[in-house]
Design a protein around this ligand. Structure first.
Ligand SMILES: Nc1ncnc2c1ncn2[C@@H]1O[C@H](COP(=O)(O)OP(=O)(O)O)[C@@H](O)[C@H]1O
Ligand SMILES: [Mg+2]
Length: 314
């Protein structure tokens, strides 16, 4: 065991208290092993603190934010055209094999959505295996997850209406439409839309919603018998994520009491779901989705579902 830890584990340990999870934190011995092995692979020098451990997932043991790009010559071309800092994702033992294959492919093809302009998607830059664990080098999105924000940020200070609007726009147009554009009429779609899979990235004086669980984009490249089911699941989850964003605006004077029902009505009358289904089946074009989304935004505004700037904090 090294005297100095080369990865900081404080943020990682804190997360186990801050979010609901069935997962257990890594044992010390395993932490040290991972530090040693990945230090060697990435070429960091002894005694240097090169990463901060952050989130984890069902497949992911840990995502480590890297303080600087890996010095090892194997990763020399990684820094070309870099738009964000980097992270190392280490998969759990015997997990993530399918995701690893997909992310390698995504990196080589540059799709689905792995280009420099796809700002709402965590970009993958390298993928491999190290001592029986899969790993990926991808962008680090510097912010907490949407799940964390709901629980710890917006429960203290309600989300503003302007921010809620922009997060909903990012979700629908930035993420769903952008990803579904790459679907074929027989492929699956991006469907696993949930709070833990998005990071709220600071962007100027506002925020950008970024999909970090990009393994789910694999369905876009594969023939899927259950594509109808995936589309329905996506719509159901999309609606739920939007509803929670609206709910994070807290309560204010003049807020309609039945805002949940009013949202459901706005959603139905906008025909956004129908537009997205047609878009996925390539019988309706993207403009129709954009128009439907504008109808949803207008309806939500008219129903008073966004917190006004002037609303006092409770
Ligand atoms: N690119 C990233 N930038 C910042 N944090 C990330 C990034 N990718 C993942 N995370 C963190 O790791 C957690 C698990 O990532 P996720 O992609 O959902 O893993 P899994 O596929 O195992 O569910 C996220 O909830 C988030 O806290
Ligand atoms: Mg996940």
């Amino acid at each position: 065991m090294g005297v100095v830890s080369s990865i900081g584990w404080e943020g990682y340990d804190r997360l186990f208290h801050e979010i609901n999870t069935k997962h257990k934190p890594l044992e010390d011995a395993e932490r040290n092993l991972l530090e040693d092995r990945f230090q060697e692979l990435l070429g960091y020098s002894d005694g240097a603190r090169w990463g901060e451990a952050g989130g984890f997932g069902n497949e992911t043991e840990v995502v480590v934010a890297l303080s600087q790009p890996p010095p090892h010559p194997m990763f020399a071309n990684l820094v070309d055209g870099l738009r964000r800092s980097l992270a190392l994702r280490i998969f759990r033992k015997n997990k993530g094999a399918r995701t690893l294959v997909f992310q390698k492919q995504r990196m080589e093809l540059g799709r689905p959505v792995n280009g420099e302009d796809a700002l709402h998607f965590q970009r993958v830059l390298a993928a491999g295996e190290c001592h029986e664990r899969g790993y990926i080098l991808h962008e680090w999105i510097g912010g907490p997850t949407l799940e964390w924000c709901h629980r710890h940020r917006w429960s203290q200070t309600p989300l503003s209406g302007v921010e809620a609007q922009s997060l909903v726009r990012d979700l629908v147009q930035g993420v769903v439409v952008t990803a579904w554009r790459e679907a074929s009429t027989t492929s699956g779609v991006l469907w696993d839309l949930r709070d833990a899979n998005f990071v709220v990235e600071p962007a100027g004086d506002t925020h950008r919603l970024v999909l970090v669980d990009t393994g789910n984009l694999r369905h876009l490249l594969l023939e899927r018998d259950n594509r109808e089911g995936q589309i329905q699941a996506a719509l159901k989850r999309l609606k739920a994520v939007i509803l929670r964003i609206l709910g994070s605006q807290g309560a204010w004077e003049g807020q309609p009491r039945s805002w949940k029902r009013l949202f459901a009505e706005s959603w139905d009358s906008s025909l956004l779901a129908e537009g997205l289904i047609d878009f996925a089946n390539q019988v309706g074009d993207e403009q129709a989705v954009v128009d439907a989304f504008a109808r949803l935004q207008n309806a939500m505004e008219e129903q008073g579902l966004f917190r006004p700037d002037s609303a006092a904090l409770d």
